[in-house]
Design a protein around this ligand. Structure first.
Ligand code: UTP
Length: 472
């Protein structure tokens, strides 16, 4: 196959892909106009072909996932109500006020299940103002900044496919009141999606490569790539949260405090699983190290095992809120320890793609994407902790369009939470038979991000006698 391009750089690029037996990428070359050709060359220039070939040969020819893992045991978990947690919160607030904590939002996912047009953070979740997830987090961060009296930088990890839209969103909304220099929006990396039978790069259309983001572990790779940005700001710990969980306590002072008290390198919140078959990863201990394993990786016996008090033994469910030490993932500044490696996993999915001048679809998985997981660095830490969180107070993800973990269930959780705040402040709230507040509630995070803050300002608030209660 002969592909004519002008510049020496483009010629080398084309030759590299032809040599690597990826010539099918140029199948539509003759039908592409000059813009289409440029787009294809730009797509190709983003691919680290040597790295990709290594991934393909490591994963498609052998299966590193099937390596045996030592027998897991349930991990120690700092329980709810532990007496040290109050003091930890004060320590965490101090670390935040010294500017040692950065917050990172993981917003690079594709959000296929929710099916919202636009970045998931632009989903209008709140019941009365239709406040978006991004605004909810931004205002929560503003409130946290006010609490600690200092700026807290917010890294937002996007992916190349939603980066521009996310940046535009924040510009259009004046960063929801945050200082624009404290909102650092950076894309994670993408890798081409591969045909598992032939190791060929798939296409999303004529002359276009099909890419997918490199998984939530991209957050660690992003910290490593942009280490200077974190170091310059004097950040020591990074609190990570996901774009789909509005209840994640932003910058979580309690988790930060416990992280420091325990000299931890990787600290996580976990909610107690009550259903052994709930599909969340669980924390467990293998040998000296903590790790998270898929619920399906636990045998039937372990999955259903219960402690004397009747609770599931393997109940520490991962809800993806972590505090991670920067020195741990970057290697210390003195260069005594190297940056941590991130292993890749294969995800097999069915995708519609363009092949041999036509579309191809399949019910069964026909593609492989390579992803990293943020918690893959956990077993590499010398010291890690798991801290129990209340599911009702901290976890209500928006994953699906409806049913479980949907906008409806997340809104319900917020109603229950705010109802509790109002009652705890002494407001006589009426409830429906199912316990939910009978009036629709919405409390802006600018007012409060937790119950104590709400109670402290309650007396200054005006609550209407009837109709929805909007406090902003
Ligand atoms: P999910 O596993 O829910 O994936 O991501 P998703 O892409 O958002 O949604 P589906 O599965 O297509 O419906 C959990 C969190 O991790 C982030 C997501 O943005 C979300 O906050 N994530 C996931 C990334 O930031 N990058 C990724 O490559 C994957």
């Amino acid at each position: 196959m002969r592909i004519h391009v002008e510049g020496a750089e483009d010629q080398t690029l084309v030759a590299k892909f032809l040599e690597a037996d990826q010539g099918h990428l140029f199948d539509d070359w003759e039908d592409l106009d000059s813009t289409g050709r440029r787009k294809l060359l730009d797509d190709l220039s983003r691919i680290d072909l040597g790295f990709l070939q290594q991934l393909v040969s490591d994963h498609l020819t052998s299966d590193p996932e099937s390596l045996p893992v030592a027998t897991p045991s349930p991990p120690p978990m700092i329980p709810l109500g532990d007496p040290g947690r109050e003091e930890a919160k004060s320590l965490g607030l101090e670390a935040l006020s010294r500017g040692e904590v950065g917050v990172m939002l993981l917003a690079g996912g594709v959000g296929t299940r929710l099916g919202h047009a636009g970045p998931k953070g632009s989903y209008p979740l709140l019941p009365l103002t239709q406040m978006t997830l991004f605004q909810f987090f931004a205002e929560s961060l503003l409130r946290r900044q006010k609490e600690v009296g200092t700026a807290i930088p917010w890294w937002i990890m996007t992916s190349p496919s939603n980066h521009e839209e996310t940046v535009q969103y924040f510009r259009d909304h004046q960063f929801h009141g945050l200082n624009s220099s404290d909102v650092i929006i950076l894309p994670q990396e993408e890798l081409p999606v591969i045909d598992p039978r032939r190791g060929k790069i798939l296409r999303k259309g004529p002359g276009r490569v099909l890419f997918s983001p490199d998984g939530h572990g991209g957050a660690i790779r992003l910290m490593q790539r942009h280490a200077d940005l974190f170091r310059q700001r004097g950040i020591r710990h990074v609190y990570t949260h996901q774009v789909d969980n509005p209840l994640a306590p932003i910058g979580d002072p309690e988790l930060v405090g416990l992280h420091r008290i325990h000299g931890s390198q990787f600290s996580s919140k976990a909610v107690a699983k009550t259903d052994p078959d709930e599909k969340v990863g669980v924390f467990c201990q293998t040998g000296e190290h903590l790790r998270i394993i898929e619920y399906s990786e636990l045998g039937d016996e372990e999955r259903n095992r219960r402690d004397d008090d009747g609770k599931l033994s393997f109940r520490a469910g991962n809800v993806a809120m972590h505090v991670i030490d920067l020195d741990f993932v970057l290697g210390d500044e003195a260069g005594n320890t190297p940056a941590l490696p991130m292993p890749f996993h294969m995800a097999k999915k069915s995708v519609k793609h363009w092949i041999d001048h036509e579309w191809s679809e399949s019910e069964t998985p026909n593609s492989v994407r390579f992803e990293t997981f943020i918690f893959d660095v956990l077993p590499l830490s010398d010291q890690a902790i798991v801290v129990e969180a209340s599911r009702d107070l901290e976890f209500a993800p928006v994953k699906n369009r409806d049913g479980n973990d949907s906008p409806e269930t997340s809104r319900h959780a917020l109603q229950m939470l705010w109802g509790d705040w109002l009652e705890s402040a002494g407001y006589p709230l009426e409830r429906n038979a199912d316990g939910s507040p009978s009036r629709t509630l919405e409390i802006s995070p600018r007012i409060a991000v937790d119950k104590d803050q709400f109670i402290a300002v309650f007396d200054s608030l005006e609550i209407p006698d009837e109709g929805p209660i909007l406090i902003q």
